[in-house]
Design a protein around this ligand. Structure first.
Ligand code: BGC
Length: 808
């Protein structure tokens, strides 16, 4: 076939990427990748009395409306329109010969869920029905094992509620509808079981000797109700695992696959146990990150009195087999710490273990978390008795802390003097300290940067001993306007679709090969700098904003200057699959949510998902996949946590970096989002995230930094929110000095869709593209008024074109 670079973007052909032109989109091959990833990331939390795997010939009673109401992923832009979804019941029915399901109970839940759906309930937003006593008795007489399903749903634009929040506002119609439905269904907040769920659990436990629970959730929930209840023998954290999630659950429960996932977050007993609990819904205008760097296990493992609040620690997860970590040792070789050990399968099933390496830095003047993850490795599938040698290494400089207040060396990453110890094991708690420790006689400065993004409205921050340190205060930058134009109203900005640029009539057969075209740059005939001379100011202004949709795309495009041969490159969401609107007729593979992917602790699996997703993106003629999303799980209530990886930036950066590599191996651009500190959905366009420079750099930017340095993403998406009083999209410190200056980012930055920022201010700060819609006439006005220069516009345009040149 005579196709050229960008044929897909110009002509939107239906060319399949599979063998003989067959389509890979939602192919068996891709659905298998989705299910295998699901199996790899589900976490076995509890398995007493060998309840699991379910023995052959077992008779099952499936309890809970979650048996049918399967939530494949979260809502909003992270949703995926897929051809079918396999729930746990359907999954179990595929375990033919292995188990028998008690059908009358299944009929009861199926009918109830279908009724609720037909009355307008969304998946996961249904009420738990009370089980009729008689049915319960019959189920108990029939079955050997009860399996309870609990499900949860959350989505973009709204946050989960807690019992101590009186009200939650915001969001637009859809978000409001979800918020009020959520308030109705979960009066104590959906972190906890509802009364009806509790009652169901109680009844099941009182009728069955053997009870297993499956959690179909997108984020942290209360786990203390089963951790402390001996009647509940086994629990599988199934997450929201994509289109065949119910089948993956069934395969794991029945032992067709062996669980090997590990938690990417700490599970505490109560919402109030998380250090960010008080500030999460304190205000709609700002969030104070008082807990500073003590997020997740950094808090629970460090702060006095916090350890006992943990139900399941970070990095924890069981298998059907057992492992031994033998001879853990460490040494320092050429500025790297090299850790080695052997892992032996000591049980009777084949399985995989994840070796985790943590370091403890001396508390020093800055204060340090008791443990920090520095490396990990998932073993291959080890047969019973089999052993694998594991080597994990990392630079000594990775252990440096950022000194934002100049206690050791101002604005520098420093290694404080003292002893650095290394802990090797299978969760943050289950570790052995190596005999070797690194001792530094004096403080060392790794690099000196500049003060950036420092707070002026954060009065205090947590210290490692549990007390608070006062921080210098200043004026709120939000009181100073940086806009030389008359600002647009939020209403004008919201959901505007890009205009079609008027073009004069041309002669049909002459247009395509006349004059200089972007393909001349691709073919090396001219340089990009020479090409730039062909662009008028107006061309530039149009190029810096979103372009109209073509084909099934609904999030608009980049490029689109036909006179100069710049292709219209469509964008589409992620992260859990390629998202099109259902009415376009294109359905795609729904992969597991990002939190599950994080729990695989397996970059290879995540790479495969990234590559398969990008194949679907390419096959459907889209060029930029708005994936991965890597904001830190600061608090369980963030409505979009399911789209994000972890409370730990090293884990998030390692796995999402693999996702970026997988995507870009298909010459599709990944768009790493939301840069940065977008850890809450409520009032997300105007909420100010107030954090110390140290927390920003060590926690909230770290995963982005790792990905930029190691995986070279072609695009980054700035976030809606403000950071210390400045909009992320207008933040020169963030987008120019840190991202490009310090980290060496070479790609382009796009805004999130319809930010409240002013386009020329965003562009001057280093935010090249305004999405979903640009405002060429305002950019021209700013140019005419001398508020921005052509040079700045050209720089942004060159980055966008540079990205397009990498696509095909
Ligand atoms: C979301 C982004 C998404 C974009 C395009 C925004 O509302 O925050 O994550 O990529 O929309 O759909």
């Amino acid at each position: 076939m005579n196709t050229q670079k960008w044929t897909r973007f110009f002509y939107q052909p239906g060319i399949g990427l599979g063998e003989n032109g067959s389509r890979l989109t939602q192919s068996r091959e891709h659905i298998d990748i989705s299910r295998q990833a699901a199996c790899e990331g589900m976490v076995l939390l509890k398995n007493d009395r060998d309840i699991l795997p379910v023995a052959e010939g077992t008779r099952l009673a499936l309890f809970g409306k979650g048996t049918f109401d399967y939530v494949k992923g979260g809502g909003g832009s992270g949703d995926v329109g897929t051809k079918y979804i396999t729930n746990l019941y359907e999954g179990m029915k595929q375990m033919t010969g292995h188990v028998t399901v008690y059908e009358p109970l299944a009929d009861f839940y199926r009918e109830d869920v279908n009724r609720q759906y037909s009355e307008g309930a969304a998946p996961g937003m249904t009420a738990e029905p009370a089980i009729p006593e008689e049915l319960l008795g019959k189920a108990a007489a029939f079955a050997d094992l009860a399996v309870i399903s609990i499900c949860r749903f959350s989505g973009e634009g709204w946050d989960r509620k807690s019992s101590f929040d009186e009200q939650l506002s915001e969001g637009g119609e859809e978000a409001d509808a979800f918020t009020s439905r959520s308030n109705e269904l979960f009066p104590r907040g959906d972190f906890y079981l509802t009364d009806a769920e509790q009652e169901m659990v109680e009844k099941v436990c009182s009728h069955f000797d053997k009870v297993a629970v499956v959690l179909n959730v997108g984020g942290m929930i209360d786990t203390s109700w089963f951790a402390d209840d001996d009647r509940i023998g086994a629990v599988l954290m199934g997450w929201q695992a994509g289109m065949e999630g119910g089948l993956a659950e069934a395969e794991l429960l029945c032992g067709l696959a062996v669980p090997s996932g590990k938690l990417s977050d700490t599970f505490a007993a109560r919402l109030e146990d998380y250090p960010s609990a008080d500030t999460f819904h304190e205000s709609e205008d700002y969030v104070c990150y008082y807990e500073d760097i003590y997020v997740g296990y950094r808090y629970f493992e460090t702060i006095p009195g916090a350890a006992e609040k943990v139900v399941y620690p970070f990095g924890y997860g069981l298998s059907y087999t057992t492992f031994e970590v033998l001879d853990p040792a460490a040494e320092c070789k050429e500025d790297r710490i090299v850790v080695t050990c052997d892992v032996r399968n000591t049980g009777s099933y084949a399985g995989k273990e994840v070796v985790q390496v943590y370091y403890s830095a001396p508390d020093g003047k800055l204060g340090k978390p008791a443990r920090e993850l520095a490396g990990f490795k998932k073993t291959r599938l080890l047969q019973p008795g089999e052993m694998q040698h594991v080597i994990i290494s990392f630079p000594v400089s990775d252990m440096a802390s950022y000194d934002d207040l100049g206690k050791v060396a101002a604005s520098s990453y420093v290694l404080e003097k003292g002893t650095y110890s290394f802990h090797v094991g299978t969760s943050v708690r289950d570790t052995v300290c190596t005999a070797f420790a690194l001792t530094l006689e004096k403080d060392e400065t790794v690099c000196t940067l500049e003060r950036r993004m420092a707070p002026s409205m954060l009065p205090k921050r947590l210290r490692s001993d549990g007390t608070f340190e006062e921080l210098p205060m200043g004026t709120d930058p939000r009181t100073i306007s940086n806009n030389g134009l008359t600002p647009m109203t939020e209403d004008e900005l919201w959901a505007a679709a890009p205009a079609v640029r008027p073009a004069p009539p041309v002669k049909l057969f002459e247009r395509e090969d006349k004059g200089i075209r972007l393909s001349d740059v691709a073919e090396g005939k001219i340089s990009l700098d020479e090409f730039m001379k062909e662009l008028t100011d107006e061309d530039l202004a149009w190029l810096l904003g979103g372009q109209p949709n073509i084909g099934p795309a609904n999030t608009f495009g980049f490029g689109n200057n036909l006179r100069l041969g710049i292709p219209p490159v469509m964008t589409a969401d992620g992260p859990a699959g390629l998202r099109f609107q259902p009415w376009t007729g294109v359905t795609t593979t729904a992969f597991p949510c990002a939190t599950l992917l994080a729990c695989t602790w397996d970059p290879e699996t995540v790479y495969k998902v990234g590559r398969a997703g990008a194949e679907e993106v390419k096959e459907n003629n889209v060029g930029v996949w708005l994936t991965p999303a890597i904001n830190i799980h600061r608090n369980p209530l963030c409505g979009r946590n399911f789209e994000y990886y972890s409370e730990d930036p090293f884990l998030a950066g390692s796995l999402a970096g693999a996702m970026v590599r997988g995507i870009q191996s298909m010459h599709i651009a990944a768009s790493v989002k939301h840069f940065a500190l977008n850890n809450k959905e409520t009032n997300r366009k105007e909420s100010d995230s107030r954090a110390s420079e140290r927390a920003i750099r060590e926690i909230y930017l770290k995963a982005f930094e790792k990905i930029v340095k190691e995986a070279d993403p072609w695009t980054i998406m700035s976030s809606y929110n403000l950071i210390n009083g400045h909009r992320a999209s207008e933040n020169e410190d963030l987008l120019t000095h840190i991202l490009r200056g310090e980290w060496g980012f070479k790609g382009m930055v796009t805004t999130d869709w319809w930010t409240n920022g002013e386009q020329y201010v965003e562009c001057a700060a280093g935010n090249d593209m305004k999405m979903g819609c640009g405002y060429p006439e305002r950019v021209m006005e700013a140019l005419e008024k001398g508020l921005i220069t052509r040079d700045v516009l050209e720089t942004a345009a060159k980055r966008i074109l540079g990205m397009i040149l990498k696509l095909d």
